[in-house]
Design a protein around this ligand. Structure first.
Ligand code: C2E
Ligand code: MG
Ligand code: MG
Ligand code: MG
Length: 288
């Protein structure tokens, strides 16, 4: 459902009353032109390094500004874009836009963090994906170490040769690969024998329920696993100070969530980028 109300609030009810199928059909129909009509925008959400309190990375999160439906969440259109394979061209736009943004931040003198981009398995299945990424980096003149790709476990569990090859080339080029939503797919750890990643990101469902023993146990286990492999572990979806303190206690390396900041458009996130040069964590703690 769109979150933005129309001027009179009518739009909201309009959407709420429409059947899901009809909404999905509209999405499907209009998605085809969204890219050329320039309706996509990237929001950015910071990942905070718990050791320094500074921004470690900015995750790019895709939004669709639909002229009639308002802002549409990726949950509503990414699955369709994957089905129709439009995710390949959309994903390329995301990569280029995020890299340009990073280049701009670097130009302003902010070099302490990287940009994280979510990548779909369908993109990684393209034989030329690694080349596409490397070409974008060259075109923009962005060092690969400023780019981090977030992939899900599905990518690795079903890892076909093409995927592994792409990941291998990207890693060799200096791009970092992170496993997003770790522990949520029906994961066998076996894929970890096949490919070494650069970090793990704990899904927000575990963080959300951190007060329940089993979630805390899972979080601790993921952190232990990560650290045994010398991988930094990030927790997403941190909303409360209590969750944050629990994660600090567990030895988590990075955190991300509404407690620090919601995903913001570039013109608003710049304030965080400027602040991120200082210690984000302490300034937040003292405010509370
Ligand atoms: P994700 O990569 O796991 O991103 C985290 C999601 O959690 C984001 O939702 C973010 O806005 C939300 N989130 C962050 N902190 C909090 C919090 O404290 N509380 C709560 N309740 N939520 C929080 P968003 O932006 O709607 O994105 C949803 C998913 O869509 C992403 O999950 C990612 O899998 C996918 N996605 C987003 N952008 C892209 C993209 O450019 N390409 C691809 N392939 N997928 C994308
Ligand atoms: Mg992500
Ligand atoms: Mg995630
Ligand atoms: Mg998630």
């Amino acid at each position: 459902t769109a979150k933005r109300k129309g001027k009179n609030g009518f739009q909201y009810f309009d959407i709420a009353m429409k059947s899901e199928v009809e909404f999905a059909n509209t999405v499907k129909r209009d998605l085809r032109l969204a890219l050329e009509k320039n309706q996509f925008i990237l929001y950015y959400q910071p990942l905070i390094d718990l050791k320094t309190g500074k921004i470690a990375s900015m995750e790019a999160l895709l939004r669709w500004q639909h002229p009639k439906k308002g802002m549409i969440s990726p949950f509503h259109f990414i699955p369709i874009a994957e089905e129709t394979r439009q995710i390949i061209s959309i994903g390329e736009w995301v990569l280029r836009t995020a890299c340009r943004q990073m280049k701009e931040w670097l130009g302003m003198g902010y070099s302490g963090f990287s940009v994280s981009v979510n990548v779909s398995v369908h993109q990684l299945e393209q034989p030329n994906f690694a080349k596409v990424v490397c070409d974008i980096l060259k075109e923009i003149e962005l060092e690969p170490r400023y780019l981090e790709l977030e992939i899900t476990e599905t990518v690795l569990i079903e890892a076909v040769e093409t995927v592994v090859e792409n990941l291998y080339h990207l890693k060799k080029a200096g791009v970092k690969i992170i496993i997003d939503d770790f522990g949520t797919e029906n994961s066998s750890f076996r894929y970890m024998q096949k490919f070494t990643v650069d970090g793990l990101k704990i899904d927000r469902s575990f963080v959300n329920g951190i007060k329940i023993d089993v979630n805390k146990a899972i979080i601790d286990a993921i952190i232990l696993l990560g650290h045994r492999l010398k991988l930094p572990v990030t927790a997403e979806g941190v909303e409360t100070r209590e969750q944050l303190e629990c994660l600090i206690e567990s030895g988590c390396d990075k955190v991300q969530g509404f407690y620090f900041s919601k995903p913001l458009p570039p013109d608003e996130v710049i304030h965080l980028v400027q602040k991120g040069d200082q210690c984000f964590l302490i300034s937040h703690n003292t405010q509370k």
